[in-house]
Design a protein around this ligand. Structure first.
Ligand code: SF4
Ligand code: SF4
Length: 152
């Protein structure tokens, strides 16, 4: 889907002569709130939002269960306000699956009631997107309000 509310900014470490630019997505509320120190290594699984996401009519259930600061965030549907959906910053996700409705052996956790979140092997997601994710967040928490588009 096309993303709105994006802007470009120089990538970290750019040289004067060669200015690289990257598209950043500005995260909107509702957004997850939690700890900033949980991702110590790259998780084996990542939460991936699928086409079933309805945005829960603006009050997403899943976001409340995510223990990581700014990991889950709102992406407004500019063409159909006030609708939107939730997305996941793949550099912050720890793969805990607290946001999903599918727990071990199919047990129900209190996350997404619409089966709109898949736990996908990280390597598979990286291969599919041609992106190598950092093991730990590659920017300080003060910069977590935006995310490079390639990490969503
Ligand atoms: S798997 Fe865990 S860290 Fe990742 S989005 Fe879901 S609740 Fe947040
Ligand atoms: S992922 Fe599920 S719980 Fe979260 S906003 Fe979408 S439908 Fe609602």
């Amino acid at each position: 889907m096309p993303y709105h509310n994006v802007f470009t900014a120089p990538a970290a470490g750019f040289e004067k002569e060669v200015i690289m630019s990257t598209v950043l997505i500005e995260k909107r509320a509702p957004m997850s709130h939690g700890r900033t120190d949980l991702r110590k290594r790259k998780p084996k699984l990542l939460a991936v939002i699928n086409e079933n996401c309805t945005g829960c009519a603006g009050t997403p259930v899943c976001v409340e269960y995510c223990p990581v600061e700014a990991c889950m965030f709102w992406v407004p549907d500019e063409e159909h306000p006030p609708f939107g959906r939730i997305e996941v910053d793949k550099t912050l996700c720890i793969g805990c699956a607290k946001c999903t409705s599918k727990g071990p052996d199919g047990t129900f956790l209190d996350g997404c009631p619409w089966d709109a979140i898949d736990m996908v092997p990280t390597e598979e997601w990286e291969r599919r997107h041609g992106v190598r994710l950092p093991d730990t967040p590659d920017r300080p928490p003060a910069e977590w309000r935006v995310v490079p588009a390639e990490y969503v």
